[in-house]
Ligand binder design. Structure first.
Ligand SMILES: *Cc1c(COP(=O)(O)O)cnc(C)c1O
Length: 386
């Protein structure tokens, strides 16, 4: 009788993958922390073949990217990841991988700088862009044009009111007309949502935010569900030829930041929930917007689609208009007045001022990025300012 097969090693979960950065050991040295490769070029042998197969030039290749790309691929349960110089470089590479004349559908409520790019540069370049409430599945379906819609872009929770889109349902509609689905999952992070499991073809991150987590690296990523996905192959082409690559120091810092990603995301999400509950119960507040509140419109979908928390982003409508919001903002001591999210420090932003006169964000809305401070301190500071 053959000996019993040894038990299979179970696939490690996100905490384990991150804590050990996949457990890689540097071959030549045995180092547990990877080296930083700064070389922009690679040697060739006497026959002019690359000494290290595939290594030619640093505009598209750097061994320092690869551990961070592989860790992100494992966290998203995808096939391959490409890092970019910023979140916007990653987002725009996906649209640049299409062709002029292609039709794309994107959310009316989304990361503001990308929406502006879509309605200006992308439109001038020839993309046919429809902005629609993608969380409203009937509106999404009506916006799709069988045969000519090539991409549906989704963001959930979406900036800055954290509207939830049912990824599986939206992906089914998009795929039914032959469109690819890309999800900006910056706010959710792979700790809370893995869009590929809900049907996404591409997952995009502003790694500047929670993935790096320390407000000291600008980076972006695109992860593909399938390595031979035609759109992803063109994304790789865009990166290789247009050169919006991440620097080796930034790639190294990103991997270092990702080692603590699950801890940071869960702590910030738990604090955000407590803060949102507190704000929802405060009679001075007009509305607290947070997917973890049972009263929130998309709560049930979020509860199904997210696991381990509802994210670190909360918005609060203070009531009383723009002046009241700016007064509250001005009185805060602990919260830092700055744009961005996903860092260790908590940030507050008056989006309507930042976006200017064409903004559709409610003027009494403050966007809160909850960090890792003691949540009682954060609540006390807001209480004193309201
Ligand atoms: C910040 C952000 C981006 C852009 O990332 P950058 O690194 O600032 O270019 C894209 N999408 C979302 C949701 C973001 O929060």
């Amino acid at each position: 009788m053959p000996p019993p097969a040894p038990p299979a090693h179970p696939a490690p979960n996100a905490d384990t993958l991150c804590a050990q950065a996949l457990g890689d050991v540097d071959g030549p040295t045995g180092a547990l922390v990877p080296p930083i490769h700064t070389s922009t070029t690679y040697a060739r042998d006497e026959q002019n073949a690359p000494v290290a197969p595939g290594r030619i030039y640093a505009r598209d290749q750097n061994p320092t990217f690869e551990p961070a790309e592989r860790l992100l691929t494992a966290l998203e349960r995808g096939a391959q990841t490409a890092l970019f110089a910023s979140g916007m470089a990653a987002c725009t590479a996906v649209f640049r991988a299409l062709s002029p004349g292609d039709h794309v559908v994107a959310p009316a409520e989304m990361y503001w700088a990308l929406r502006r790019w879509l309605t200006t540069t992308a439109t001038r370049w020839g993309l046919d862009v429809t902005l629609v409430d993608t969380h409203d599945l009937r509106a999404l379906e009506a916006a799709l044009r069988p045969g000519s819609t090539k991409l549906v872009w989704l963001e959930t929770p979406a900036n800055p009111c954290w509207t939830i889109t049912d990824l599986a349902a939206a992906a089914r509609l998009a795929h039914a007309v032959g469109a690819s689905v890309a999800v900006d999952s910056t706010v959710a992070t792979p700790v809370l949502t893995r869009p590929i499991e809900h049907g996404a073809d591409l997952v995009v991150h502003a790694a500047t935010k929670a993935l790096n987590g320390h407000s000291d690296v600008l980076a972006g990523s695109v992860t593909a569900a399938r390595a031979d996905d035609a759109l992803f192959l063109r994304v790789l082409e865009v990166r290789a030829t247009e050169g919006a690559v991440l620097g080796p120091f930034e790639a190294w810092l990103l991997l270092r930041g990702m080692r603590t990603l699950p801890l940071r995301v869960r702590t910030a999400s738990a604090s955000a929930l407590r803060l949102a509950q507190h704000l929802a119960g405060d009679s001075r507040v007009a509305e607290a917007l947070y997917p973890g509140l049972p009263s929130f419109a998309g709560h049930e979908i979020a509860a199904r689609q997210m696991s381990g928390g509802f994210g670190s982003m909360v918005s609060v409508r203070v009531g009383g208009g723009r002046d009241a919001a700016l007064r509250t903002l001005g009185k805060l001591r602990l919260w830092k007045r700055a744009t961005s999210l996903g860092g260790t420090e908590s940030l507050v932003e008056h989006r309507a001022t930042v976006e200017g006169p064409t903004s559709s964000v409610p003027v009494d809305l403050l966007r809160l990025s909850v960090g890792l401070e003691d949540v009682a301190d954060l609540i006390a500071d807001l209480d004193a300012a309201l």
